[in-house]
Write a protein that binds this ligand. Structure first.
Ligand SMILES: C[S@@+](CC[C@H](N)C(=O)[O-])C[C@H]1O[C@@H](n2cnc3c(N)ncnc32)[C@H](O)[C@@H]1O
Length: 298
């Protein structure tokens, strides 16, 4: 592993590293409900805050979708560009064929599957304003806890005429083990959650539990809900896949959010970060984040 000084923080690499963590975390009861309620193919899917295409790849490799029109919306140009390269590469490695129909329209297919993916670089609210035809399924994965709530929910639900699968919604608990100093650990975790609640662009450190009432108030019926906690630990001292990088990126989020926080001693925080980073290098760090998944019907 590269030393902290040389570490390059690449958001697409973080999203790639997050795949295996999300694969374990996604709530299987909610997925079963999704499979049971999906309308007959071909279906139209809109995914917002879609990053570089993780969820599309997962839905295909888990045989949840086979024939679909997929609109992939993300505001970051870097993610859309990465998705345009990564999705065809992933499909080819998975034994499918990939075709670029237009600059931002990709088709991935084989004998049993055929999905057309339109990549849209847009802010989600501008995209909603453009009044796209509502989908059969709206997906928001690791995204809703970044938005202003509750006002975003009814806008988002206008993107679907049937189902919304809303996954990896952070819900108020972050845990790092082993403990370094109980009071400092607790303070850092609490202040980090506060930064989520006070971001100017919106966000809620208890987004998961609050979705029960937000969805109901927006007139949606919750068909299934359950925990989708991230649990990251090593096996025989090694983290699976690129999860050591994922953990470094999580600490990077902490560093970015809390540097300069007036309630945190600068030296104590720097020492805490360097001890946590050393724990990753030794394969000792365990990271748990409590999150929730929902399947709702509009
Ligand atoms: C935590 S990432 C999750 C990405 C992807 N769903 C995944 O899990 O791999 C959140 C994503 O939302 C995108 N995003 C943030 N604000 C957005 C907005 N207002 N409109 C559209 N996308 C946004 C970011 O660019 C980022 O790709």
């Amino acid at each position: 592993m590269t030393s902290e000084k040389d570490m390059e923080y690449s958001f697409p690499r973080y999203l790639l590293a997050k795949q295996t963590v999300d694969d374990r975390a996604l709530n299987r009861h909610v997925i079963d409900a999704l499979k049971a309620n999906l309308s007959k193919p071909p279906i139209r899917i809109i995914e917002v805050g879609a990053g570089m295409g993780n969820m599309l790849a997962r839905l295909l490799s888990w045989n949840i979708i086979a024939h679909a029109d997929y609109v992939h919306v993300d505001s970051m140009a870097e993610n859309i560009e990465y998705a345009a390269e990564w999705i065809p590469k992933w499909a080819t490695e998975a034994g499918m064929r990939a075709e670029r129909v237009e600059k931002n329209l990709i088709r991935v297919f084989d004998q049993r599957r055929d999905v057309r993916i339109r990549l849209e670089r847009a802010d989600v609210f501008d995209f909603i304003q453009s009044q796209p035809a509502p989908a059969d399924l709206l997906i928001a994965h690791a995204f809703l806890d970044l938005l202003p709530m509750p006002e975003s929910i009814s806008k988002l639900l206008s993107l679907t005429k049937d189902l919304a699968w809303l996954t990896i919604n952070f819900d108020g608990v972050t845990t790092f083990e082993p403990t370094i100093a109980p009071a400092l650990d607790e303070r850092i975790e609490r202040l980090y959650h506060e930064t989520m609640d006070t971001r100017t662009t919106g966000g809620d450190s208890r987004a998961g539990r609050h979705l029960f009432s937000h969805l109901e108030s927006a007139g949606a019926k919750i068909l299934a809900a359950g925990a989708s906690d991230w649990v990251v630990h090593s096996v025989d001292g090694k983290y699976p896949g690129d999860e050591a990088y994922f953990l470094h990126f999580i600490l990077h989020f902490f560093e970015e959010s809390l540097t300069g926080n007036k309630d945190l001693d600068v030296k104590a925080f720097a020492a805490w970060l360097s001890k946590r980073r050393a724990q990753i290098e030794r394969g000792e760090l365990v990271y748990i984040a409590h999150q929730m998944d929902f399947l709702a019907k509009v």
